[in-house]
Design a protein around this ligand. Structure first.
Ligand SMILES: Cc1ncc(COP(=O)(O)O)c(C=O)c1O
Length: 384
């Protein structure tokens, strides 16, 4: 029997490849973006409590109401905006499901979708599976800022959606208020929608604040805002996220969501809802990760790797051009097998494999792990 693949060029993701290789070589794994920290004991106790108390059957399709109410409160407090828990908030199976549901809800065959590169790896397959055509615009290297003139040139009568992701994986770049105004001006007289992947909304450094598209009155009206509890509560394995969107967009979003998963893990939603009453858990996340970034960078001070600015997320880009001029994929493999540290080569985040001789390192790790990795990285000399 022969089947025609809908994703003929997709194979194992680089995250799986590097993690498998790290395990096989006994390397320190700073490649995949998962925290090496356990969730708060209070959150784990709440999950057990809600299971014991009998919250084990299907949740409402949109999500447990108490959780949607806490999410609405957070959006109001952080971004000064009201999303109606009844009609404008959907709890999803991680940010990944929310991203897929948003694309599937609005992208028709032949529609163009603007992607800002380097781009998190799931966006392109989601677009092509729904018959859309990705159109690429670059972040300017090495500042990783959006070139708004280039972005404007991507808009055509067929443009349906633009996907943004700030704080940005893999570069750690963030948006400022002028970026939002520039985007609003470009889209003002168009029907272009926005999918804003803000899973790192609480992880932003150096006194900067996250400029959510939710907080911009004009952009909010055309945006799906996606976030995730995974990064916020060290619970990447629980796969719960959410989508905020105006009523009209949420209605279309929920049509897809209800046939993708119908609803999401019930006891975990109740647990998050109760845990979110204490806002200090997410409010302290920025300083928690900033201290890890600074620790990692201090330990790397004597190395030949050159750090690029990182203002958010838990990823640090390191330029290795003083060590080697080989392509990032082969350098990443050699770093794992030969020097015992696994990282992600960002060329895989570009459709044309753009390669700036940098690697992405995840610093959501314990001090001992970061110290051991930095020690190995400091030992690497040119040509090694
Ligand atoms: C930019 C970005 N979007 C989405 C996700 C997926 O989030 P979730 O695990 O909640 O599906 C990740 C996870 O690494 C990510 O980095």
């Amino acid at each position: 029997m022969s089947i025609t693949s809908k994703l003929p060029t997709v194979g194992l993701t680089i995250f799986t490849e590097m993690t498998d290789m790290a395990n096989a070589c006994g390397a320190i794994n700073l490649s995949q973006g998962f925290p090496e920290f356990d969730p708060h004991p209070g959150l784990k106790d709440l999950v057990s409590k809600y299971i014991r108390d009998g919250h084990n059957q299907y949740a409402p399709m949109q999500g447990v109401l108490a959780l949607r109410e806490r999410i609405a409160e957070k959006a109001r407090r952080l971004y000064g905006v009201d999303y109606d828990p009844a009609t404008e908030i959907t709890v999803t199976s991680g940010a990944t499901e929310a991203l897929f549901a948003a694309v599937a809800a609005v992208v028709h065959p032949g529609d163009e979708v603007i992607i800002v590169e380097p781009a998190y790896d799931c966006y392109i397959p989601m677009i092509t599976l729904n018959g859309g055509r990705p159109v690429y615009t670059p972040l300017t290297y090495p500042s990783y800022r959006i070139d708004w003139d280039a972005f404007l040139r991507c808009i055509t009568p067929r443009t349906r959606l633009a996907i943004l992701n700030f704080p940005h994986n893999p570069s750690g770049a963030v948006l400022d208020a002028r970026d939002l105004d520039a985007l609003a001006e470009i889209l003002r007289n168009t029907g272009v929608l926005i999918l804003s992947d803000e899973v790192y909304e609480h992880i932003i450094f150096d006194g900067l604040t996250h400029h959510s598209l939710a907080g911009h009155p004009e952009l909010r009206e055309r945006s799906f805002i996606v976030s995730s509890f995974a990064k916020t509560y060290h619970t990447t394995g629980w796969k719960v996220g959410y989508c905020l969107a105006p009523r009209r967009l949420s209605a279309e979003f929920q049509k897809v969501h209800q046939y993708l998963v119908f609803s999401v893990n019930t006891p975990i939603q109740h647990a998050y809802a109760e845990f979110m009453q204490d806002q200090s858990h997410w409010a302290g996340l920025a300083s928690f990760y900033q201290s890890r970034r600074d620790y990692f960078l201090n330990r790397l001070a004597g190395s030949r790797f050159r750090p690029l600015p990182c203002h958010g997320t838990f990823f640090q880009m390191l330029d290795y051009s003083a060590i080697s001029d080989e392509p990032d994929v082969s350098f990443a493999r050699r770093l794992t097998a030969g020097h015992g540290v696994a990282a992600i080569p960002p060329s895989v985040f570009y459709h044309d494999g753009e390669d700036n001789r940098v690697l992405r390192f995840c610093f959501a790790k314990k001090a001992a792990t970061l110290a051991a990795a930095a020690e190995r990285l400091c030992r690497i000399d040119p040509g090694a």
